[in-house]
Design a protein around this ligand. Structure first.
Ligand code: ADP
Ligand code: MG
Length: 707
């Protein structure tokens, strides 16, 4: 597809400035331009003239802004009105919220496509808070464009609309311009000259040819052909993404160089005998799955999912025990220092009596201490190293590293995983996550991993009662905390803290801490913990809480993940509306870890409907997998994996892991079947797929190598 690499500059309508702007938006060549898929479409057939609008129907109207009016004073009272006209009449648009924003955004002369529900006030048609696209701007409209813009959108097509950044708008790259550039590009470089799926695949799955799909996606003829084009392009994208996973998995499987943990001995047995409780059935099952990997001779590459509190740490310990029985070292990595210390202490408690040395690597350690640990890792005196994820970058060397465990790894990118495998000599890798990832999302982002799920909680757990409290009801939470502390229990109070408003948030949390200490809990022992404290002071506060010398721990989200203090029975979350569902679930998981009944109070201030939906979901749902699904429905899948991983991790431009499960399943089956048949894509009949993979996808993900 050399033609697709052609410079955009050669296209009519693209000068140096526009080429630069496009390049900033990730569009470097004609192929990228074709892959810049429309954000949505305007369907002329769902459009109405203003005179024909019916009360109660939801439709699209295109018109020009005649006039804008701002009425009323103050946030509560003011409203913003726009009179939108076409050749048949005038439609009134009204905004009660965001008045300032919309009044700045819209001006007389703008051409708008508005989507909304029509209401009539007397004879005046109105839409409240319509969705809209600005098709042309009154201020910038140049002579000839004036009336023709409006025409263009009336020409009975389905019209594609693109996301346009501010920079693109300034360079005159509106949706309309992009369409013109695309049309020209289609003439010079017909899309899809080279197919990227085989004839058999197209036939077997009823897929539209590539060239046609590109034309349809940008210039749809009908809704049906558009749907077929979208299906085709999603299919291709998911197929190649899964091909990558299939190849990567194959590569690891064929690589028979990992240590075999054949020997199950004393340490495993003693660890088992020392347990104060029985393993749950689910823990036994996943330990068996992990042991199979560890004995196979191929590097393990497994993701362990289990809801908050399901007992993943213990599964990790049994893996470590097997490594030790085979004379190999383990590295255990946690996302935060607090957690690393907690795991260090737990592992020391479990393994020191069995004669194994456990070492902690902390960013805050004195150099001498750290050097001693590093030395002992190098000479093999230490069997188990615990530290933060930074251990990978620091190039820690170990005498006989056999197993790497990464706790709470959902923030752990695909590329880091690859780096890890390359750095150490084929260790077995176990990733653990307590943010349950819906199946499709998991396949889309971690499709190269084997997955084990702990689907059962240890027995005797009391469910956590979750209660929503409005701003003026927080007294109830305070009373409960005092009552629980009198019974010997402990509590957490959590304040939101986000990077963008870190200073203000921190001050708010500290102020509240002072207030609570002085006024509400003057008889209790309070502790404060937040991200700005030194690791040492964080550790000492956590220690005091763990040992029961602090009754109420007030903190920011540093205690979000993994903290395990079974005696704590109350979690009070302030401004719960500011947290995401996954985060709330994690926080709630800090209580209900022992045999005492626990409560989680979600305190909220006046809040948006979305946030309230989230909070109500928390009230009624305890299962992390279901919460995760609801989160995906409300906020999209990107939020589950955190900022860094959202779109970038899956690398998808058109497919969507939330809605395209059916396509994903088919494409995955095809990709894995292909690699099972031809692991290096060497057969002549796979040459085209091989070429396409190497040229377009291998580079994009830079992950699986084929020689
Ligand atoms: P998570 O999966 O969230 O990491 P942990 O490993 O921290 O959970 O375990 C939560 C708590 O459950 C710990 O206090 C642990 O000792 C306890 N636990 C783990 N497995 C069992 C079991 N089989 N029976 C009873 N308690 C268990
Ligand atoms: Mg844990």
């Amino acid at each position: 597809m050399t033609t697709m690499r052609s410079s955009l500059r050669a296209l009519q309508g693209v000068g140096p400035r526009r080429a630069d702007t496009l390049s900033e938006a990730g569009i470097h060549d004609v192929g990228d331009l074709y892959d810049y898929f429309p954000r949505r479409y305007l369907d002329r057939r769902a459009m109405r003239r203003i005179s024909e609008l019916l009360n109660g129907e939801t439709v699209t109207v295109v018109g020009r802004v005649l006039k804008t009016v701002q009425e009323g004073q103050g946030v509560a009272r003011s409203r913003f009105k726009v009179l939108l006209a076409d050749e048949t009449g005038v439609l009134e648009l009204v905004w009660f919220r965001g008045v300032r924003y919309f009044s700045k955004m819209l001006a007389t002369g703008d051409v708008l496509a508005v989507f909304g529900k029509v209401g009539y006030f007397g004879r005046q048609a109105q839409m409240q808070h319509p969705d809209f696209d600005k098709l042309g701007s009154g201020v910038q409209a140049s002579g000839s464009g004036e009336s023709s813009d409006l025409e263009l959108y009336h020409t009975g097509r389905i019209i594609s609309l693109y996301s346009t950044s501010d920079a693109m708008k300034q360079a005159g790259l509106s949706s309309r311009q992009l369409r013109m550039i695309l049309l020209k590009a289609f003439d010079d470089h017909p899309p899809g000259r080279e197919e990227n799926l085989s004839e058999e695949m197209l036939a077997a799955h009823g897929l539209m040819p590539l060239g046609e799909a590109y034309r349809e996606i940008h210039f749809p003829a009908t809704q049906e052909t558009l749907a077929a084009a979208r299906y085709r392009l999603k299919w291709t994208e998911l197929f190649y993404a899964q091909l990558l996973f299939a190849l990567r998995r194959q590569e690891i499987r064929q690589n028979k160089t990992a240590a075999r943990f054949d020997h199950s001995g004393e340490i495993t047995r003693k660890l088992y005998e020392a347990l104060p409780f029985d393993l749950t059935g689910a823990q036994k099952t996943v330990i068996r799955e992990i042991y199979q990997d560890l004995r196979s001779g191929c590097p393990m590459n497994r993701l362990l999912q289990g809801d908050v509190g399901s007992g993943k740490t213990l599964v990790a310990m049994f893996s470590i025990a097997l490594a030790a029985d085979n004379g190999l070292q383990s590295a255990f990595m946690a996302p935060t220092e607090i957690l690393a210390v907690q795991h260090y202490l737990a592992l020391k408690r479990a393994f020191q009596p069995l004669g194994l040395n456990v070492g902690l690597l902390s960013g805050r350690q004195r150099k001498k201490e750290r050097d001693a640990v590093l030395g002992d890792l190098r000479n093999g005196t230490i069997a188990i190293a615990v530290g933060t994820h930074a251990m990978i970058e620091e190039g820690v060397t170990m005498a006989a590293l056999g197993l790497v465990i990464i706790d709470e790894q959902h923030r752990f990118g695909v590329l880091q995983r690859k780096a890890l495998q390359e750095k150490a000599l084929n260790p077995h890798v176990l990733l653990m996550t307590a943010t349950p990832i819906p199946r499709t999302l998991c396949m889309g982002v971690f499709g190269d991993l084997d997955v084990s799920v702990i689907n059962e909680m240890p027995p005797g757990r009391q469910p956590v009662v979750t209660k929503l409290l409005a701003g003026n009801e927080t007294g109830e939470a305070y009373t409960s905390i005092i009552r629980e502390v009198q019974k010997g229990r402990q509590a957490y109070i959590v304040y939101p803290m986000v990077e963008e408003s870190e200073k203000i948030d921190l001050k708010a949390a500290v102020d509240r801490f002072d207030f609570l200490t002085a006024n509400i809990f003057s008889d209790l022992r309070l502790g404060l913990i937040h991200g700005r404290m030194t690791t040492e002071s964080k550790e000492s506060v956590m220690d005091e809480f763990r040992n029961g010398r602090i009754d109420v721990l007030v903190g920011t989200t540093v205690i979000e993940v993994g903290v395990d203090v079974p005696n704590a029975t109350i979690m009070m979350i302030e401004h719960a509306e500011r947290f995401g569902l996954a985060q709330l679930h994690q926080l709630r998981g800090r209580v209900g870890r022992g045999s005492h009944p626990s409560t989680c109070f979600l305190c909220y201030e006046k809040t948006a409907p979305d946030a309230l939906r989230r909070l109500h979901a928390m009230e009624s749902v305890a299962d992390g997998f279901r919460i995760s699904k609801i989160d995906a429905e409300i906020r999209g899948t990107g939020n589950i994996l955190g900022k860094e991983q959202s779109g970038a991790a899956s690398g998808l431009k058109i497919a969507d892991l939330q809605h395209d499960e059916a396509i994903l399943n088919i494409a995955r089956t095809e990709a894995f079947a292909l690699v099972a048949k031809d692991s290096q894509l060497r057969m002549p009949e796979h040459a085209m797929i091989r070429t396409c993979y190497l040229r377009h996808y291998h580079e994009r993900y830079a992950l699986a190598d084929i020689g």
